[in-house]
Design a protein around this ligand. Structure first.
Ligand code: GLU
Length: 403
């Protein structure tokens, strides 16, 4: 019996043995913390908004907005991250199919974003609440100033009692800089404003230990995940519904990003009536992901989540242990440099096995790094003709993602 529980706990990201009772106690305490959360990001997927139809389902939107208003009445703050612009606009393009080309998606988003906002506007106005639209691109969060501006705007709206409604600015993004799905965007917004709960509403009940659509009812829902480990990631199958862009894997990545910012995540079925108040009153529903105790600062969060990496540094074992013990990255421990980037760029640090270990801002360009990789800083001047920083990435500009 104990063996079975151990397997299940490893799956949920816990590697020490914990009894059945202990796990129940941990889950109860975690759900109580959910009931105490004050600042909540609610991400709404496209399939929920359309119910598989061509048009937005106003009834569904009205009912969820009513639930959100009840939450707001308890003094909590809510930011909605909503998909649905492309789905709402697609019908207007009369393509007879889902938009696939980037310019078709951009056109659909342009046609649908207003319709989407109008639905929210009308749903909230019945309850005396005003909404405000925020459209973001990855570039907005990659630049530190724009990232801070977005944060100020959200904070101001919340302080003034409005409901910010966020979506990706699909009309102007190009492939290289788009999020492509709103799970990641929602996790970024959670980190941006220090939310305590990220609620990912989807058309599935949560994370299963198998594919619920293919395992004849054998797949079991995992109620609690302590940490998103590679074992947990392996449980995520391919993309889910026809209309949305994310799948379970993007939700798991979002949960991991949120956890690093000290924010819990719940993945739950948005088609269940009363799902939002149920969760906010601490009644278990879907899969709850715990946050990490040791959270990272806002600036480091920006380095870890906001920036897009321009290259990879492959490290030796010595550099891996230096990074894991909180030290800076030195050129001596770099085995290979991939990509083209300038000084100040964000890069990924990979272990000798190719696993992502850390992200950071480099003090040298890719070309300079190729010359000094494997060398001691005392040799830099002879190699480069100038003596730059001793560290390739200073520990203040480095975020270790795996412990
Ligand atoms: N931003 C897209 C939209 O509004 C949807 C992305 C997603 O499916 O998560 O239609």
């Amino acid at each position: 019996m104990m063996k079975i529980w151990r397997v299940r706990l490893i799956l949920t990201g816990v590697t020490t043995s914990m009894s059945h009772d202990d796990e129940d106690r941990v889950a109860q305490a975690a759900w109580q913390r959910v009931a105490q959360t004050r600042r909540i990001i609610i991400k709404v997927g496209s399939h929920l908004l359309t119910g598989g139809q061509e048009h937005l389902q106003r009834d569904w939107i009205d009912r969820r907005c009513q639930e959100i208003c009840a939450i707001l009445d308890t003094g909590r703050q809510v930011v909605i991250v909503t998909s649905g612009a492309i789905a709402a606009g697609a019908a207007r393009l009369h393509l007879g199919r889902k938009p696939v080309l980037l310019r078709e998606k951009q056109a659909a988003a342009a046609a649908g974003q207003g319709v989407l906002m109008q639905c929210y506007e009308e749903a909230f106005v019945h309850h005396g609440r005003s909404v405000a639209q925020i459209l973001l691109t990855r570039e907005d969060v990659a630049h530190r100033r724009r990232y801070l501006n977005a944060r100020d705007t959200l904070e101001t709206l919340l302080m003034l009692g409005l409901v910010p409604i966020v979506n990706e600015n699909d009309t102007v993004v190009v492939e290289e800089i788009c999020f492509g799905e709103n799970d990641t965007l929602a996790a970024l917004v959670a980190g941006l404003i220090d939310a305590d709960l990220l609620l990912l509403l989807s058309d599935i009940d949560g994370l299963y230990d198998g594919d619920p659509r293919q395992s004849d009812g054998q797949a079991r829902l995992i109620p609690l995940v302590h940490q998103v480990t590679p074992d947990i990631e392996r449980l995520a199958g391919g993309s889910g519904s026809q209309v949305g862009s994310g799948g379970m894997i993007t939700k798991l990545h979002a949960a991991r990003m949120a956890a690093r910012s000290g924010c819990m995540t719940v993945i739950a079925n948005g088609f269940c009536e009363g799902v939002i108040p149920k969760i906010l009153s601490g009644q278990p529903s879907g899969t709850l992901f715990l946050s990490e105790g040791d959270t990272i600062s806002s600036r480091k969060r920006w380095i870890a989540n906001g920036l897009r990496s321009s290259g990879d540094l492959c490290l030796d074992e010595g550099a891996v242990s230096a990074l894991l013990s909180g030290r800076s990255l030195l050129a001596k421990g770099i085995q290979r440099v991939q990509g083209h980037f300038d000084r100040g760029a964000a890069v990924r640090c990979l272990s000798p096995q190719g696993e992502l270990l850390a992200r950071g801002l480099v003090n040298y360009s890719a070309d300079a790094l190729r010359s000094i990789a494997g060398h001691h800083s005392s040799e830099f001047e002879a190699i480069l003709g100038f003596r730059g920083d001793d560290e390739v990435i200073h520990r203040d500009n480095l975020v270790v993602l795996r412990v």
